[in-house]
Design a protein around this ligand. Structure first.
Ligand code: URA
Length: 252
């Protein structure tokens, strides 16, 4: 199972993040011998601690450990739900992830029969941004449908269709390949309405969906992940996700 990256952070940053003092003031506290890590007095400023496990005490007060931020992508297979508990008792994506040191939440949902890229994180502000249509983070789907999709239907989906919960935003819709009885479409949406791809195709006369796969979310792709596999993002990928939805990483 992929391991979570280590959560090594400078001691003064941990104290500052706990809201006890500014980083400069926290450095003074360390130098003044007011800080203990796992029971040991620490006065060296370069000290880093594991934000998951180390016990930091300042002036006799134990800091509450803040859960470290984690970002994982899973290639969700078909045949499982994205929620933690299913009222019908069906398998869930959490059965695939086994035990994780911190609780992660899926960013949006994929249907039981949809496979593909699912981001899971405990970073609430980032998840909210990625889900909010105002920031228009692209979600890319490949979909195989029965029949040959008419050009006017592609155009209808591109312009937006009226659904009971509102009109869909303009989308990119292209035919990737045509076979005798089926077609592959590539659809890029900038919002995530419930079962949106299904409902857009239903609106256009109900091309039956044979396969639906999400292959991209913002800068992320499924590259290298087989169905059921997952991995943690590195800091470079997390930075790109932040940039993609215009969120300032330095913000608290
Ligand atoms: N659109 C759908 O219809 N289903 C999904 O799972 C995702 C997008």
């Amino acid at each position: 199972m992929p391991k979570a990256p280590p959560a090594s952070i400078r001691l003064q940053k941990v104290i500052a993040q706990a809201g006890l003092a500014s980083r400069r003031r926290a450095e003074e506290m360390i130098r003044q011998g007011r800080v203990r890590v796992n029971g040991h007095l620490v006065t060296a400023l370069g000290t880093t601690v594991d934000a998951n496990h180390d016990d930091v005490v300042v002036d006799g007060r134990r800091l509450r450990r803040r859960a470290p931020m984690r970002y994982m992508i899973l290639h969700k297979p078909t045949g499982c739900v994205t929620t933690a508990d299913d009222e019908k008792g069906r398998p869930t994506v959490f059965d695939l992830l086994k035990r994780q040191p911190v609780r992660l939440f899926p960013v949006g949902r994929l249907d039981f029969n949809t496979e593909g890229l699912l981001l899971l994180t405990n970073d609430g502000p980032l998840a909210n941004r990625l889900l909010h249509p105002r920031y228009g983070t692209p979600r890319v789907y490949l979909v195989r449908v029965n029949g040959t999709v008419a050009e006017r239907d592609l155009e209808t989906m591109r312009r937006g269709v009226d659904l009971p919960d509102g009109r869909t935003l303009p989308a990119q819709v292209h035919i990737v390949r045509r076979f005798e009885k089926t077609s592959w479409l590539r659809i890029t949406l900038r919002e995530g309405k419930n079962r949106q791809v299904h409902r857009m195709l239903e609106y256009c006369g109900g091309y039956g969906i044979r396969k639906l796969q999400r292959v991209g979310l913002g800068p992320l792709t499924l590259a290298g992940l087989a169905p059921g596999q997952f991995r943690f993002l590195d800091s470079f990928e997390v930075d790109r996700l932040y940039q993609a939805c215009g969120l300032d990483k330095a913000a608290p």
